[in-house]
Every structure is written in structure tokens, then in C-alpha cells.
Ligand binder design. Structure first.
Ligand SMILES: Nc1ncnc2c1ncn2[C@@H]1O[C@H](COP(=O)(O)OP(=O)(O)OP(=O)(O)O)[C@@H](O)[C@H]1O
Ligand SMILES: [Mg+2]
Length: 392
């Protein structure tokens, strides 16, 4: 797939991971005249459909990853997912390549251990109590220390894969098996976290640009089986909670450094804010910003990484997003009901164009705005409910 040749003066970015979030980043970068290359492990991924050109490689394979970067010589390497051979990015950075936000940030956030130890042990941020285990036997000991209920997650996984809540000591083995099936690391290793009975959870989008650090209004969200179903902005928080949340976001993003947008995931509880995890890139729950902000999280990321100023972010209206997920695996599918969804007031739809469905895979999202968050949530849910996946 080759697009029109661009001026030799235009900058070139290479996106590693080409999902629905990357697709929007590419569109925003192209609006600023940038040459874009999309890479993923499968053909025709969402961002590849809009990039100037694309490559299919195994991004966890160090040699393949280095070869494609050396072939293309991008000005910026922009990871979109965690599952990348990040040690190669660290090497390439020392050779002069620029990795967004930094190679260390992508290495530390690739697995739950790196980022959790940095946040809790080095930076002293408040997190759920945690332990690690490399075997079922160690897991029994770790659960005994943390207590039940607790959350058990593979060290490397995303979108809730391999994650389970262990409610009793008898449930440890089942959780171990779920983690072994759902994780992507070659090594068997899990994290056990104290279960936090939060009142709500938020993503605080935090942008590091040449203009300094800027925060978006907090995004509230609901996750099911560890994956996001719906999100809204702004989420109501007390002044104290906002101060604490911004302080945590500043601390972790300063430590990770570089330029770009981060999604800082936090739990709000009766006795304070807990740090959960951070994405060094646009966040799925932040898709709502395409309906609420003057600059979406994707526009902010593109501007920040290209070294352009960000003089401020304006929330134009309350809004919400609601996802459409597949319940089976199939290559041939269509999405119907778009006309009905778009008949819902103040509503837009984003169809990702993924070549096939998988159980639990996000295929599209409805975005609505309204006078209040409550109204927007109701509209987005209504619109998503009109979308149907057809498999015949
Ligand atoms: N310690 C915990 N206590 C209570 N709930 C938790 C805890 N850890 C995770 N969860 C719930 O599970 C969700 C997913 O967890 P987490 O963000 O760690 O996993 P993930 O697989 O990286 O998800 P994603 O990639 O979608 O962000 C959280 O958003 C939260 O709703
Ligand atoms: Mg998460």
C-alpha cells in the first residue's frame, strides 16, 4: 500500500500498533502535514486504512522491529500498544531515534511490574497493596498476604485479559489458570492487588508539550471484565480530589518524561485517590474527547509529539461514549443500524473497520454530547444499542 509521495521536508512518524486509537492519531498527524506509517501484526488494521503506507510484522520480535525501523528511518517512533519489543526501542533511542514519549516510558509501562514499582516504591504514590507470584504455590502465599477479595492479573496483558477477582483462598487456582491463559508474557508471572472498593474510577488525560503540562477535565468510566464499556466527561470531583489527582498525574508523567499525552488511571475512594496505571499514549476511555473538547486527545497527542505548542484545552460540552463489542469470532461481518444511531440527537459514531471480530473485541463507539453528563450517557447508550453486528 503506497500513498502519494510527500515533500522530502515533511516529518515521518511510525506508529507501532494500528488500532482505533492509532487511526485517529494518524488522521491528526496528517492534518499537520506529516507522513505516516502504520505497523501492526495483522493486515488492514484500522490505522493502516488511513496511513500513507503500512507494514505487517511481529512487533514482539526484536529483529523484525529493528529491521522495519531501520528501513523507514522515521523521525518519531510512536508506540500505540504495550506488546512491543521495547528493549529494541531503548537501544534505538541511544542510537539517536526518538521514541514517544520516551523508550523508558514504553518499557516501564509494557508490564505491570515496572510501572507499579516506579509509582509505589520510587515515587511514593498511593496504590492498592500488591505482590507478585511466579507459580501457583507463590500465588497462594501472595493471596494470603494481600487477603481476599483481591485482583489477579498477568504481568503483561491489556483490556482485562487474564484478569480475575479472587474472592476466597479456594479461588486461587482458578485465577491462576485464567491468568496463564490470558497473559502474553512467555514467563508465568502475575500481580496480586488488594481489591479497592472505589466509588468511581477516572482517566486523567495529561499532556506534556513544549508549553508544559496540561490536564483535560477528568473522564469517568465503567469497566466490565476489565474492559471499558462507557465513559463520560467531565466526571464530578471535589477540589481536593482534583488536586490529588493532578498531583499524582504530574508526578508519574514527570518521572516518565518526554512529549505526548498520557492516560492516568485513578480510583476515587472515600479515603482518597489511588493510582492504578498509566498509558503513555491516548486512552480508550478518552475517545469521548472527540465529542467534548476543542482538541481531542488524538489532536493533543499529535501536537505534543511533533513539538507544537498547546496553549490550552477547552471542554466545549459534557459528553459520553458507549462501545459496541463483538461476542464471537468471525471474519465476515457488517455493522447495521448506523442510520438509527445517528438519528439520536447530538450523536456521532466511529466504526473502527477491524477486519474481523473476536469475543469481546471493540468494533465501534457511539459519542454523544448534551447539557449534562447524565443526558449524554443516556444518548450514547441508546445510540450504541442501535448498532448491530451481522454475521451472515
Ligand atoms: N485493585 C483493583 N481493585 C478494584 N478494581 C480493580 C483493581 N484493579 C483493576 N480493577 C478494575 O479492572 C479494570 C482493569 O484493570 P487494569 O486497568 O489494571 O487492567 P488493564 O487490562 O490494563 O485494562 P486496560 O488495558 O483496559 O486499561 C480497572 O479499570 C478496574 O475497573
Ligand atoms: Mg487499565
Amino acid at each position: 500500500m503506497y500513498g502519494a509521495p510527500l515533500s522530502h521536508k515533511s516529518k515521518k512518524i511510525m506508529l507501532l500498533g494500528s488500532g482505533e486509537l492509532g487511526k485517529e492519531v494518524i488522521i491528526e498527524a496528517q492534518r499537520l502535514g506529516i507522513e505516516t506509517i502504520a505497523v501492526d501484526r495483522y493486515a488492514n488494521a484500522p490505522a493502516m486504512q488511513v496511513a500513507h503506507r503500512s507494514h505487517v510484522i511481529d512487533m514482539l520480535d526484536s529483529e523484525q522491529l529493528r529491521a522495519i525501523i531501520e528501513q523507514e528511518r522515521p523521525d518519531l517512533i510512536v508506540p500505540e500498544i504495550e506488546a512491543i519489543a521495547t528493549s529494541v526501542l531503548v537501544e534505538l533511542e541511544t542510537e539517536g531515534y526518538r521514541v514517544i514519549p520516551t523508550a523508558t516510558a514504553s518499557r516501564l509501562t509494557m508490564d505491570r511490574e515496572g510501572i507499579r514499582r516506579l509509582a509505589a516504591e520510587t515515587l511514593g504514590l498511593r496504590t492498592a497493596k500488591f505482590e507478585f507470584a511466579n507459580s501457583l504455590e507463590e500465588l497462594h502465599a501472595a493471596v494470603a498476604k494481600i487477603g481476599t477479595p483481591c485482583v489477579i492479573k498477568p504481568i503483561m496483558s491489556s483490556s482485562g485479559k487474564g484478569q480475575s477477582v479472587c474472592r476466597t483462598p479456594e479461588g486461587v487456582e482458578a485465577s491462576w489458570n485464567i491468568a496463564m491463559e490470558g497473559g502474553r508474557a512467555k514467563k508465568a508471572r502475575v500481580i496480586v492487588e488488594e481489591f479497592i472498593h472505589f466509588e468511581s474510577e477516572i482517566t486523567l488525560l495529561t499532556v506534556r508539550s513544549i508549553s508544559g503540562t496540561t490536564y483535560c477535565e477528568p473522564i469517568g468510566h465503567i469497566q466490565k471484565d476489565g474492559d471499558y464499556i462507557e465513559s463520560w466527561q467531565p466526571h464530578t470531583m471535589s477540589e481536593q480530589q482534583i488536586m490529588d489527582a493532578q498531583h499524582m498525574a504530574k508526578t508519574i508523567t514527570d518521572a516518565l518524561g518526554g512529549l505526548g499525552l498520557y492516560g492516568v488511571e485513578l480510583f476515587l475512594t472515600a479515603d482518597g485517590v489511588y493510582f492504578s496505571e498509566v498509558s503513555p499514549r491516548p486512552h480508550d476511555t478518552g475517545m469521548v474527547t472527540m465529542a467534548t473538547q476543542d482538541l481531542s486527545e488524538f489532536a493533543l497527542h499529535a501536537r505534543a509529539i511533533l513539538g507544537f505548542p498547546i496553549t490550552g484545552v477547552r471542554l466545549l460540552t459534557p459528553g459520553a461514549s458507549y462501545t459496541l463489542k463483538a461476542d464471537r469470532e468471525q471474519v465476515e461481518y457488517t455493522i447495521s443500524g448506523i442510520e438509527e444511531a445517528l438519528s439520536v440527537p447530538n450523536t456521532q459514531v466511529r466504526v473502527f473497520g477491524k477486519p474481523e471480530t473476536k469475543v469481546g473485541r471493540r468494533m465501534a463507539v457511539a459519542l454523544s454530547s448534551a447539557e449534562t453528563v447524565e443526558e449524554a450517557r443516556s444518548l450514547a447508550k441508546q445510540a450504541a444499542g442501535k448498532l448491530t453486528l451481522n454475521f451472515d
